[in-house]
Write a protein that binds this ligand. Structure first.
Ligand code: ZN
Length: 322
């Protein structure tokens, strides 16, 4: 393999025309970058456009919390010039993967500058009641490496704007020749995100305030809830690594019954059995599927971030409006 490459390089140096020569422009100008998961990968594609070649580690409908990198992932990281990660404890496996890969890539934390959200207790309306329970929950998770920080920052569109600005700056630093392109792409996408933010706000505003309370399997919508005024209650914590305890599930079932919470939602990355069981035991309706930590595949309703947010709002509206 090595010999062949040297031969090819030698031939090119001599200016020989090779029948197998690949159109050089397309290959050489694209910057190889890795994004740790699909939502971040979409942001990088929007900003990078034709100048970057984006590889995503955790793909469509994948769960980054419990991802186990394979040797192929180390190769992808090794070949990258930039590795974009979410940070905030989302990719517990990334440091080891980066080290194992031996990559020289710049590691860019896309959430830099975002105010991290602590776990549920302080921003949930009616949190006073749940306070003791939340303490119990914290005990269950004590010593857990995720600490109290919620990694799902992309669920607020205002935060998505920060991801995009960070990605733009990192791409410009790595590829100054593309600065104007990256700035233009980021600007155009930021305008779309601004329109999306208004659409999400309008969609939620149309849902009667007292009905904006739902159950999901893991606590992935804290930033969405804080930004748009929907209360999400989840038997699982901010990571899917630990299963919901029987006590947490029993508490939520009591809460749904007592507070008449209208709907429970499945998530694309989580086993639907727990929410289905909760729905059966409480007679709450199953509101459909929300996309929390990953996009859908190309045929699904959420193959881009913008479609994902639109889909989630449409699901919430149809389940909660009447
Ligand atoms: Zn999650």
């Amino acid at each position: 393999m090595l010999t062949r490459r040297l031969t090819l390089a030698g031939a090119l140096a001599l200016g020989l025309a090779l029948p197998l020569a690949i159109p050089a422009a397309a290959q050489e100008t694209r910057i190889p970058v890795v994004a740790s998961f699909s939502i971040l990968g979409d942001f990088v594609k929007q900003v990078g456009g034709d100048r970057v070649d984006v590889t995503t580690l955790v793909g469509a409908n994948g769960d980054a919390h419990v991802f186990q990198p394979a040797p192929a992932d180390a190769k992808k990281v090794a070949a990258a010039q930039i590795v974009f990660v979410n940070g905030l404890g989302f990719e517990g496996w990334i440091d080891r993967l980066v080290k194992a890969s031996g990559t020289k890539a710049e590691i860019v934390v896309a959430t830099t500058g975002i105010t991290p959200r602590a776990m549920a207790e302080e921003d949930a309306p009616g949190a006073a009641d749940a306070h003791d329970h939340d303490h119990d929950k914290k005990h269950d998770h004590a010593g857990h490496e995720h600490g109290g920080v919620d990694p799902h920052a992309w669920q607020s569109v205002a935060n998505a704007q920060i991801y995009v600005a960070n990605i733009r700056d990192a791409l410009i630093a790595a590829d100054p020749a593309g600065a104007a392109t990256y700035a233009a792409n980021a600007g155009a996408y930021a305008a779309k995100l601004q329109a999306l933010d208004a659409e999400v706000k309008a969609g939620v505003a149309a849902i009667p305030a007292e009905r904006r309370r739902i159950i999901t399997s893991h606590d992935a919508f804290g930033y969405f809830g804080a930004a748009y005024g929907v209360e999400f209650i989840a038997p699982q914590g901010v990571s899917t690594e630990s299963e919901a305890s029987a006590k947490d599930v029993a508490r939520i079932i009591r809460q749904i019954k007592a507070e008449k919470i209208p709907a429970v939602f499945m998530e694309n990355i989580s086993d639907p059995r727990l929410v289905k069981r909760i729905a059966t035991e409480t007679k709450a309706k199953i509101g459909g599927e929300l996309f929390s930590d990953a996009l859908s595949d190309d045929k699904g309703p959420a193959s881009t971030y913008i479609d994902m947010m639109k889909n989630n709002v449409a699901q919430l509206s149809s389940a909660l409006s009447s």
